[in-house]
Design a protein around this ligand. Structure first.
Ligand code: SF4
Length: 358
């Protein structure tokens, strides 16, 4: 039994719910407007009076407003780019799925540790793709190639697709498609609470919705511009009631003064909040904090006051899949984190499953 010391007194002032993302500027590739989704997004943009421009390619936005790199970065995070996805070869997505299914690239969140900081480099704006029909057709080919094995697709490798679902509707299309595929499965993870459009869909248990959760310290200090913990949990309750397989990704797991209380409190709060049906098929994925030297340099430039600890001397080097060393916690710290969080999970969710710790 864990004795909990709340990390912070509960605030009594009700806060406004986290709103839907409304971009401040939108770019369209001309070709995107020949797709129904492109037309719909244009209509949505015009109805709201959002300024828009045309661009020759969603991969090369050269006239972003803003003085200097920092201001341009902030503006880019509020900029939507609507284009046609040309590359229909899917990347691998281990350990969570076989393939990454590309419906968007970029995110409006400002999580200090986010790996998109590095992978998107100078293109942090939010790209959405209107040719979901082509993307779904490609997914179908991947499923057929691997038959009779089940093929799982991860829709959140390069963005948080729920945060832009009210603009694109792409997740709903994928969920509906996958519901009809005996050998296809979908999963995505989110830090947003806007699940309403998904609740009435026929999903056939083929989509697992996971919420990214963390200790209060981590959410408060490193996850600006995302939904609050309570909002994510309320959304988790709703998707559990809608019968979706549910999961939680605890990432990045961070070693800080008081981490035991923080992670114990997290798991206790989850157990308290979830309806009993959520516990039947509940998964957890555990990812310790890691960074590369490139990421460290970018993060320190973009969030100069961050409290994120990135001391290479304190870390253990691990060879990364993309050819860059990454820095994870030392073996003893890793074990302590894994063991403690695993015990808390099974204490509260005896039927839960831990998919991996990495
Ligand atoms: S919500 Fe997810 S994708 Fe968006 S910035 Fe945060 S970690 Fe990155």
């Amino acid at each position: 039994m864990t004795v909990l010391t709340p990390e912070r007194p509960i605030s009594r002032t009700p806060r406004k719910p986290t709103g839907l993302f409304i971009p401040e500027l939108v770019y369209f590739e001309p070709d995107a407007l020949s797709y129904p989704k492109g037309e719909r997004i244009m209509e949505w943009v015009r109805e709201r009076g959002i300024p828009y421009r045309m661009t020759t390619s969603h991969n090369r936005i050269t006239n972003l407003p803003g003085e200097g790199e920092m201001e341009q970065y902030k503006i880019a995070k509020r900029t939507l780019v609507v284009g046609v996805r040309k590359t229909l070869e899917f990347d691998q997505s281990k350990p969570s799925a076989e393939y990454a299914i590309p419906i968007a690239t970029g995110c409006m969140g400002h999580c200090h540790y986010c790996y998109l900081q590095t992978t998107l480099g100078a293109k942090p704006y939010i790209r959405v793709y209107v040719n979901t029909g082509d993307i779904i057709a490609a997914a179908k080919r991947y499923i057929e190639e691997r038959a009779p094995e089940i093929t799982t697709f991860e829709a959140a490798c390069t963005s948080d697709p729920l945060g832009i679902e009210h603009i694109t509707g792409s997740l709903s299309e994928l969920i509906s498609f996958m519901a009809e595929e005996p050998l296809g499965r979908l999963r995505f993870v989110t830090k947003y609470q806007h699940v309403e459009p998904l609740l009435e869909l026929a999903h056939n248990d083929h989509t697992r919705i996971r919420f990214s959760v963390n200790a209060g310290y981590v959410i408060r200090n490193f996850e600006p511009n995302t939904s609050r913990f309570e909002e994510r949990i309320e959304a988790a309750r709703q998707v559990a009631r809608a019968g979706y397989p549910l999961g939680f990704i605890i990432a990045p797991i961070i070693w800080y003064d008081g981490w035991q209380e923080g992670y114990a409190e997290l798991l206790a709060k989850l157990a308290q909040a979830l309806p009993p049906e959520a516990g039947k098929d509940l998964t957890f994925e555990l990812i310790q904090h890691r960074f590369t030297k490139t990421a460290k340099a970018v993060i320190e430039k973009r969030y100069p006051k961050t409290k994120l600890e990135m001391d290479i001397e304190k870390r253990k080097k691990k060879w990364g899949r993309w050819g860059q060393n990454k820095y994870v916690y030392q073996g003893e710290q890793q074990n302590a984190l894994r063991e403690f969080i695993t015990e808390r999970i099974f204490e509260h969710f005896p039927a839960g499953r831990i998919d991996y710790f990495t």
